[in-house]
Design a protein around this ligand. Structure first.
Ligand code: 2U9
Length: 335
């Protein structure tokens, strides 16, 4: 019996030492020490031995089992360490490799210009207002003194959705709505946003563009206030040495109306915006008494400002999203 046990132990020990995989080791453990194992079989046969041999043989079987348990545990430790080393080897990270560059987006040039102008007017105590891009004929035209046969109201000049609704052609309806909401109180607002006109896109035209319009209404608002405000915003944006020129013009919603040119570096005057004193009809429709209050208004094309300051040669650059163009303005605007 003793020899038999030594043989079994040697056989299993050999098998253990050949095993390279933890799962295989577990399988061997079950078959070598489990209920159906050879060792367990010997235990069952104990009862057939003479009584005086039983304790000794039983002890021997148990010692063999315990010795094998130990060998199994040892092998398990070895295989676990080997598996860990292999895993570490495979997952080794080369900390000297250069990191991956993350491509980040940036604020669009038009948004940067918009925010710059907004900040300027906020500094003067203006509020920023916005409104719907799909407007009614009433707010987009009627409230702004654009008579029924005005060319802008023609189907071929605006994007109509149905007979009464269209994509706003300017942000002026936001001012008209604000006048009605304000019920005769003073107003000092700017209205930035997208506007739409039915144009064929080319180097200088875009069917979608951006505006910032302003409206100030109060008892002693004068043309001099308008002029001072316009000079200040132009100097803020183009530099403190700039001069402007006002030329008489016509808009249905302002009277008198002016177009404003900025004196460019190459000695020419370039048109940058339009403005004027709010037309009495517009004041009346907005719920104000033109005998008691005055107002000034202005309209600035954001693309135009950006084109002039950054020498952009094609308005379509703003809308085709070529990152080579956009990335030039990634770091923000230099002052
Ligand atoms: C109300 C009253 C008056 C807004 C004004 C202009 C002059 C103007 C153009 C500039 C370039 C449009 O983007 S552009 O093509 N705008 O010249 N806009 S006065 O006047 C208003 C607006 C609302 C209630």
């Amino acid at each position: 019996m003793k020899e038999q046990l030594v043989e079994i132990k040697q056989k299993i020990e050999q098998q253990i030492n050949q095993i390279q995989d933890l799962n295989d080791l577990q399988l061997l453990r079950s078959s070598a020490l489990g209920k159906k194992s050879e060792l367990q079989g010997l235990m069952i046969h104990l009862k057939d031995l003479p009584n005086d041999e039983k304790p000794m043989v039983g002890k021997l079987i148990n010692e063999t089992k315990q010795a094998l348990e130990l060998i199994f545990d040892e092998r398990k430790g070895v295989l676990e360490e080997k598996a860990l080393n292999e895993k570490l080897e495979k997952e080794q990270v080369d900390v000297t490799l250069p990191g991956l560059k993350l491509v980040t987006g940036s604020t669009h040039l038009l948004t940067q210009v918009q925010e710059d102008i907004e900040q300027f007017f906020i500094g003067l105590g203006y509020e920023i207002k916005d409104g719907p891009e799909v407007e009614s004929d009433h707010y987009n035209f009627e409230m702004l003194n654009l008579e029924k046969d005005h060319p802008a109201r023609a189907m071929q000049d605006s994007f109509y959705i149905d007979v009464n609704r269209l994509l706003r052609t300017h942000t002026s309806p936001v001012q008209a709505r604000t006048m009605l909401e304000s019920e005769g109180k003073n107003i000092k607002i700017i209205c930035p946003g997208k506007v739409y006109r039915r144009d064929d896109d080319d180097q200088t035209h875009s069917h979608q563009f951006m505006q910032i319009e302003g409206l100030v209404i109060g008892e002693s608002v004068s043309f001099a206030d308008l002029k001072g405000t316009l000079l200040a915003v132009i100097r803020h944006f183009f530099g403190s040495e700039r001069t402007i020129r006002l030329r008489p013009s016509y808009f249905p919603f302002t009277e008198p109306s002016v177009e404003v040119d900025v004196f460019s570096e190459d000695g020419r005057f370039i048109e940058v915006l339009g403005a004027g004193m709010v037309h009495p009809n517009v004041l009346k429709m907005g719920g104000y008494d033109p005998q008691k209050v005055q107002g000034f208004a202005f309209g600035i094309g954001i693309e135009r400002l950006a084109i002039l300051k950054y020498a952009v040669d094609d308005i379509r650059q703003f809308y085709t999203n070529d990152v080579r163009f956009l990335n030039q303005f990634k770091g923000g605007l230099e002052k």
